[in-house]
Design a protein around this ligand. Sequence first.
Ligand code: 5GP
Length: 212
Amino acid sequence: MHETTDSTPSPTRRGRLIFISGPSGAGKSTICRRLAELLPAEFAVSATTRPGKPQDAWGKRYLFVTEDNFKQRMEAGEFLEYALVFGNWYGTLRQPVEESLEQGRIVLLEIDVQGGIQVHKLFPAALGVFILPPSPEQLEKRLRDRGRDDEQTMLRRVTEAQQEVRVAQECGSYSLMVINQTLEKAVEEIANHIQRYTIHNETLPLPFGERR
Ligand code: 5GP
């Protein structure tokens, strides 16, 4: 199968898989929505045991399932990757991703670092992008402004974010780390990077953690 692609869906060329991770509050969801429009790319569908939220109506696509249903799908091998994140299960459904790749599309996975590591092992040609908040203070401010969490949860998220950044830098699965100073700049940087590998077919850089 030919590995090149551009951003136009093509049934004759295999698509590309992009996985994007980053701590909650780093601006990942907004960046992913912009990228999906710009490239264009498709969001993969994830099953999750967490309840739906009003803001789920657009952007990343979720299938809300019970824990029993999730476990059955897990045993049936329906997931490309899965992980327990903040006490809820999340898993990328394999079949829609494979179909979209067969059709030559760019598929965007908005997943956590545990999922990113699994995807990188399965698809070494997939591109991993990690989004960083400008600073721990900024992250705390964004989480506070978002107003979704109580004080204790918010402080836990800040600590977990620092841990997640360390894992992303060392795991060797992410080849691009982008600081989300301003939304437009971050989107542009990621889109340029993706297009270098999808349209211009450049070789992937060594992931962080494997660079000397
Ligand atoms: P949220 O519930 O806020 O949409 O997502 C919580 C976290 O779970 C985020 O870090 C998000 O990227 C991650 N996540 C969402 N879907 C998946 C998935 O299918 N697999 C994995 N591993 N993580 C996911």
